[in-house]
Write a protein that binds this ligand. Structure first.
Ligand code: PAF
Length: 297
């Protein structure tokens, strides 16, 4: 496995590899790898001759007062996990390798990125799509795998790829959960034992909503309210609970087509997100909350 830190060197390798007809599936990450990331790597193996992983904590997607400086950095362990997972190349640039000191160009998606997390994290998705566009240009993958815990991120990236004609297939992977239901996240390691217990109210509330929907509760406002009160009761500070069309991310009143029920909440200082796709037509099994396959959209 190669570990590359220099952007020009990485791009040269990528061009040479492509000229030999080798296809690459990319898993872009910010490191602090966990089982959720490793599931993306496993899926990536089905989509390319080689799998590459990027480890880069992208400052452009953090707002003022967010957790950029505390974001977990576990580089040595990440590299070993990649090696064990059969990764071909790990690209781990420092900030200067990705952003020229006087950079003055960025990518912006202006529709799908405005609601949900975008409404509360101004500039976040500009930072995400800009770095993903740069990583695609450096790594030259033919496909890239993203987790559906960050469902809005995956939709925004897919739109960017379509609108800017990137020759990259975006593959969406299911959410990976701890045995007790907590969605895996690098930020879970910020939680104290008590906070982790409180955080379980998120997946339990989503699972409850999925069961209610399967029992015929089609009114999204009522579903959203029951999710919000369950998280409230557990002492979380709810940032949003929304039911939106899983394709357009526009609010919907009734579950008549696949609906994304997405939440963001603070447990102490830690902000977590989670979601479930309610797709009654697909016969969603409520016992599989959060594991329902999501649309490629
Ligand atoms: O999901 C993440 O880890 C990041 O947002 C990504 C896609 C690697 C861009 O920095």
């Amino acid at each position: 496995m190669r570990v590359v830190r220099n952007s020009a060197e990485m791009q040269t390798l990528a061009v040479e590899r492509r000229s030999r007809g080798v296809t690459v599936a990319l898993v872009p990450t910010m490191g602090a790898l966990h089982e959720g990331h490793l599931s993306l790597v496993r899926l990536a193996h089905e989509h390319g001759d080689e799998v590459d992983v990027t480890l880069f904590v992208n400052p452009a997607q953090f707002g003022p007062g967010e957790d950029l400086s505390q974001y977990p950095r576990t580089f040595e362990r990440d590299v070993e996990l990649c090696r064990a997972a059969g990764v071909s190349t790990v690209f781990c640039p420092d900030v200067g390798q990705v952003y020229a000191a006087d950079h003055s160009t960025q990518v912006a998606e202006t529709r799908l990125s405005t609601g949900l997390c975008g409404a509360h994290r101004p500039g976040h998705f500009d930072g995400v799509v800009t770095v993903v566009a740069k990583l695609f240009n450096i790594m030259l993958p033919s496909s890239a795998v993203f987790g559906s815990k960050d469902f809005q991120q995956a939709r925004v990236i897919r739109r960017m790829v379509r609108d800017l004609n990137f020759p990259v297939r975006i593959v969406l992977a299911p959410i990976v959960r701890e045995p007790d239901g907590l969605a895996m996240s690098s930020r879970n390691r910020y939680l104290s034992a008590r906070e982790r217990e409180q955080a379980l109210s998120i997946s339990r509330a989503l699972k409850g909503a999925e069961a209610e929907a399967a029992d015929g509760a089609l009114d999204t406002e009522a579903l959203g309210k029951s999710v919000e009160s369950a998280m409230d009761a557990a002492g979380l500070t709810v940032q949003y609970v929304v039911c939106v069309d899983a394709d357009t991310l526009e609010p919907v009143a009734r579950l008549e087509r696949p609906v994304l029920l997405a939440v963001a909440a603070f447990i102490g200082k830690t902000r977590l997100i989670d979601n479930v796709v309610l797709d009654l037509a697909a016969g969603a099994d409520p016992s599989q909350a959060g594991l329902t396959p999501v649309r490629q959209g």
